[in-house]
Design a protein around this ligand. Structure first.
Ligand code: MEZ
Length: 594
């Protein structure tokens, strides 16, 4: 149990800390430049007076220091200001720089950059959201709501951002909550793309695709266990979802193939850029523009029902403002999956319990827990997807795109062992049956030049590089002759237009042009297919399969769309199509209930 921090008076903290000769924190440093008011303004400075979204503080930082563009030092190999912070929708400075405690390089949630931040000798503070204070929750539940809205959206990844924008456009009063210090969730890490059928991009490339084929591929990938009605909606709404994003300024001009797809239908930005950071950036900026920007540092901890078992709102834990109630006629759960919750993985999928995860730290299954606590029904909750190519001993996903645009996969001896474009479950399984349960992706300089994300892996030091295949084999401890034969066989298959060894359906590039590259990979947890059961209108079902009035859900928190195995490119499609849909239905319900 942690104590709410609302009672802490920051000015007292300032004077105490600044009085210590050894204090090495940001606040003490600023104390000599005008005291608490320099950052907090002239209001009584209490923790409760700091808005949870910390935007005011962020603006104060920028007023003196300039924006990220100004701060970015492009001459450095790694400068977080340059690499991850957009000028379209900047992340708060306070996501990393903490005034009264040790700063935190949030990129190290996934990476391992050895950067020393200013004031890193400051004392470490307890994580504000490490536990849930049951007494504070009960007190908040008894008290009057601090706010009343039509639609409360929980979780600001792509599904939540789309839901919030759609609900707002439908005329609802909306609040969007995000527990992390910045919006984006797991969507922010999506690399490959967005599957859509019937887009102008496909037409321009002469790609023949149909809604039926999309449905067929998705059902086959999911081993026929998907809810066909949900898959139909996904396919039918996919092209309009692309347009919806493009109208906000997104670039989805490039189309490529993903595993399990009969044709090229994975849309993404030009030049092989990752899709997730781009669309999150666009959505974040759009949501802010439309007045539904995410309230960050705000974790929903309990869903509330009224006496008729209808949704009545939620209890929220704010980083500064403590526990409070928001009354809402409708709630959209967009909290993502549970790929980062070790206990849930160990419970639902024990064989994956020691596996690395490509997921964001935010994927802790909060929405599933909250929904279970009010009697929601779950679909396929134990189906967890291992992505075959997570960088060995890392959390960095080596996107399916790399295979899609031409890389081959070999075992530690240098032999191919699978159709690289098969579905993820089969590819992961194949790797787990190889010596040391790992593999190498091998490609040439043509691929390196064409895919920006591959240059990103190089930037992160993940690639091995050599001028000949024999040399590459030596660096990677593979058998040189075997690797050379693998490449030569593959190049022959490609020229003949038929993969005699494994039936790979598409071989866009050969392994021909030096320098050659390899990256070590192994399967890692990537997507939790199961979650709350929903209707085609995105309503959450109870254990007797009746909709819980006012509760909607979209994205990875739901089950049913992907069956037992999700196809690459279908997650972003899911978050956009069902994100919008959940927001629209929630708004219609809430406005009718007024
Ligand atoms: O949809 C995905 O998860 C995807 C395409 C991932 C990837 O390999 O890039």
């Amino acid at each position: 149990m942690i104590k709410p921090i609302t009672a802490i008076v920051l000015s007292a903290l300032f004077s105490t800390v600044s009085g210590l000769a050894t204090a090495q924190d940001l606040a003490s440093f600023h104390a000599g430049m005008g005291g608490c008011t320099a950052c907090h303004g002239t209001n009584a400075v209490t923790a409760a007076n700091v808005p949870d979204d910390e935007i005011d503080l962020n603006n104060k930082c920028m007023a003196c220091h300039g924006d990220y563009k100004k701060l970015a030092d492009k001459t450095k190999h790694f400068d977080p200001h340059a690499s991850h912070l957009s000028d379209r929708s900047p992340i708060n400075c306070t996501a990393c720089h903490t005034a009264h405690a040790k700063p935190k390089l949030v990129c190290n949630d996934c990476h391992t950059f050895d950067l020393k931040m200013p004031f890193s000798d400051a004392p470490e503070s307890a994580k504000w959201d490490a536990t849930i204070d049951d007494e504070a929750v009960a007190a908040a539940e008894k008290s009057a709501p601090r706010e009343t809205v039509d639609v409360l959206v929980i979780g600001a990844g792509s599904a939540g951002l789309n839901a919030a924008i759609a609900a707002k456009r439908a005329g609802a009063k909306v609040v969007l909550l995000e527990k992390h210090s910045f919006a984006g969730g797991n969507s922010m890490l999506a690399a490959g793309g967005y599957n859509a059928v019937g887009t102008p991009q496909q037409a321009k490339k002469g790609i023949k695709d149909t809604v039926d084929q999309y449905v067929k591929d998705t059902m086959k990938g999911g081993r026929g266990k998907n809810d066909p009605k949900l898959v139909q909606i996904l396919a039918e709404g996919s092209a309009d979802g692309v347009k919806w994003l493009e109208d906000m300024g997104a670039d989805l001009s490039d189309v490529k193939r993903s595993g399990g797809a009969a044709v090229d239908r994975t849309h993404r930005p030009h030049g092989g850029m990752s899709v997730g950071p781009h669309i999150v950036d666009v959505l974040r900026a759009q949501a802010t523009k439309e007045g539904v920007g995410a309230r960050v540092n705000s974790r929903a901890v309990k869903l509330l029902l009224d006496k008729d078992y209808k949704i009545a709102g939620a209890i929220v834990h704010g980083k500064h403002s403590g526990y409070y109630k928001i009354a809402a006629k409708a709630v959209v759960l967009a909290t993502g999956g549970y790929g980062q919750n070790k206990q849930m993985i160990a419970f639902y999928r024990p064989t994956f319990k020691d596996m690395t995860s490509s997921n964001n730290v935010t994927s802790t299954g909060d929405g599933i827990t909250m929904a279970l606590n009010i009697g929601a029904s779950m679909t396929d909750i134990d189906w967890v997807q291992a992505h075959p190519t997570v960088g060995l001993d890392s959390r960095i996903l080596i996107s399916e795109t790399v295979r899609g645009v031409g890389a081959v996969m070999v075992n530690i001896n240098g032999e191919r062992f699978v159709n690289e474009l098969t579905t993820r479950d089969r590819a992961s399984d194949a790797i787990l049956h190889q010596p040391q349960k790992r593999a190498w992706l091998v490609f040439d300089s043509n691929l390196y030049k064409s895919a920006k994300m591959v240059q990103g892996y190089d930037h992160l030091g993940m690639l091995k590089k050599a001028d000949t295949l024999a040399e590459l084999a030596k660096i990677c401890d593979m058998d040189a002759k075997t690797l050379e034969k693998t490449a030569s066989d593959y190049n022959k298959f490609r020229k003949a237009g038929k993969d005699e060894a494994f039936g790979r359906p598409d071989m866009p590039l050969g392994i021909e042009k030096a320098p050659f590259y390899a990256v070590a990979v192994a399967p890692g947890i990537h997507h939790t297919m199961g979650g709350v059961a929903i209707t085609p209108e995105s309503e959450v079902l109870d254990i007797q399969s009746r909709p819980i009035p006012g509760l909607y859900a979209a994205g990875e928190v739901t089950g049913g769309v992907h069956g037992f195995n999700r196809l690459g490119g279908n997650a972003i499609a899911d978050t956009v199509v069902f994100g919008r849909r959940s927001g629209e239905h929630a708004a219609a319900y809430a406005l009718k209930a007024k």
